[in-house]
Write a protein that binds this ligand. Structure first.
Ligand SMILES: [Zn+2]
Length: 125
């Protein structure tokens, strides 16, 4: 399935300061400070806070270009979103999503990331 390795996932999280790219939510465990990875429904889920089982309050590693649109499991195509923001993004066209949900520097930054991810598309693996 091409899940991230633990180390690679950590790098992505660190790059995004352990917080949702869109809303800034951070759900690092305040008790252990540890991050747990769980593969679920094709997503890599990160750190349920102190074992909170009944909420959807966790970070995910999202595909900038959705896999349904051919996005690859490569680092350039990963970003961190909380569950809620990931759900809003879903399989929307990334640029449509970005223009609706991001503004200012965030939007510019996203477009930069998108173009880099996009540029990886034509390369054979
Ligand atoms: Zn969010």
């Amino acid at each position: 399935m091409g899940y991230l390795s633990h180390g690679e996932g950590q790098k992505v999280l660190k790059h995004f300061n352990h917080s949702c790219f869109r809303c800034g939510a951070s759900v690092l465990c305040p008790v252990s400070g540890k991050i747990k990875y769980m593969g679920e429904d094709g997503k890599l889920l990160v750190c349920r806070r102190n074992g909170f089982p009944n909420t959807r309050n966790y970070l995910t590693i999202d595909h900038i270009i959705p896999r349904a649109q051919g996005g690859k499991n490569i680092r350039e195509n990963y970003m961190v979103l909380c569950w809620k923001c990931n759900n809003e993004k879903g399989n929307k066209d990334p640029l449509v999503w970005a223009h609706r949900y991001l503004d200012g520097d965030r939007l510019k930054e996203f477009i930069g990331m998108y173009l880099i991810a996009r540029s990886q598309h034509g390369e054979s693996k």
